[in-house]
Design a protein around this ligand. Structure first.
Ligand code: F6P
Length: 342
């Protein structure tokens, strides 16, 4: 088998471990020839690839980012016929198929290409953990660990000054990072995209925390909206996929909370610190297992599927299960915490 592998969309910790897993098992055990396309679909169209073998992935399990790069270039961008362009690249490079590592957008693209007859296998990644068809994505555990450390650090400085601290974490459409880090760090209020909350309620929770002698700590996901907002807060233009670049809702909320409660309130936007750096051991293990499973799927010719985690077992699911799906935080998971806000 001769395959290409690419990463598309935002990077996340664990990508290199996944590429290493795919390469070790695929190349060493099955004798696959593996081309790593640089910068996602850009490398596919420009025939910009590096040969991946055991030596190329040496020492990568714990390295953050992705050694083959990523981008937000889509196959259909700039008026291109995505199916024709990817099909031609597959032909030119003599590939049996492509392994696409990515989140929602990438798995949707992989599904469309697969339906058009291009052999595709998906591998799930995103710190947001919002991809359907899988219980969890690698990168999430690391992001939660970093966000939890952020809460722990803000708590001590907040307590020292009796300030309300607002920590903004990533999470465009789903609040998994905020929910898990907020739970782990004991945040007093957790604000996520799935469930808008009013400024009245937020201020009441913050005031209540202060009144019982504690220093309020609020975690907010970047995609959170107040009921009166018709879209997420964005002030940084559009990304490569044409979506608004999010970030900054904490800076909107902090002065509003301060004005309503009279408590000095400071905002911290954690941003890309959640995505960079070394993966946790849990993410390294998960990503390696996903890489192994992708190599098995290639060997078995299990095209049109995505590697998926189901109750800790790794299996293949149809790409259709992941395409255009959003794994949102269920109301019950949010409500059990919301009852304790304040
Ligand atoms: O990969 C998902 C994500 O981390 C989102 O939470 C966030 O909105 C986005 O990527 C930001 O990515 P970038 O800064 O690369 O545009």
């Amino acid at each position: 088998m001769r395959i290409g592998v690419l990463v598309s969309g935002g990077d996340c910790p664990g990508l290199n471990a996944a590429i290493r897993g795919l390469t070790l098992r695929g190349a060493d055990l099955f004798g696959h020839e593996i081309l790593g396309f640089r910068d996602g679909w850009r490398g596919v169209f420009d025939d910009d690839a590096v040969r991946l073998d055991r030596a190329a992935v040496r020492g990568l399990a714990g390295r953050g980012g992705t050694v083959i790069g990523t981008s937000r270039v889509g196959p259909w961008q700039d008026g291109r016929d995505g199916v024709a362009a990817v099909g031609a690249a597959v032909e030119r490079n003599g590939l049996d198929g492509i392994v696409a590592i990515g989140g929602n957008g990438t798995q949707t693209v992989a599904h469309l290409l697969s339906q058009a007859g291009i052999p595709m296998i998906g591998m799930p990644k995103t710190i947001d953990n919002d991809l359907g068809g899988t219980d969890v994505t690698f990168g999430f555990d690391t992001a939660v660990s970093i966000a939890t450390e952020g809460i722990d650090r803000l708590r001590t400085t907040g307590e020292s000054h009796q300030r309300c601290m607002v920590l903004e974490v990533m999470g465009r459409h789903a609040g998994w990072i905020a929910l898990h880090a907020g739970t782990a760090g004991g945040a007093h209020t957790i604000l996520i995209p799935e469930f808008p909350e009013s400024l009245d309620d937020i201020s009441a929770w913050v005031t209540h925390v202060r009144d019982r002698g504690r220093t309020p700590l609020v975690v907010v996901a970047e995609g959170f909206t107040l009921p009166e907002m018709d879209t997420e807060y964005s002030r940084k233009g559009l990304d490569g996929f044409g979506r608004p670049r999010l970030g900054g809702i904490a800076e909107v909320l902090a002065p509003l909370i301060e004005e309503r409660t009279g408590i000095e309130t400071r905002a911290t936007v954690l941003g890309h610190l959640q995505r960079g750096g070394v993966p946790t051991s849990a993410d390294r293990v998960l990503a390696t297992r996903c890489g192994f499973a992708a190599a098995d799927a290639v060997e078995a010719g299990d095209w049109g599927t995505m590697v998926s985690v189901n109750r800790n077992a790794i299996e293949q699911v149809p790409l259709a299960d992941a395409a255009e799906t959003l794994k949102a935080v269920p109301a019950a998971r949010y409500q059990e915490l919301r009852m304790l806000f304040g």
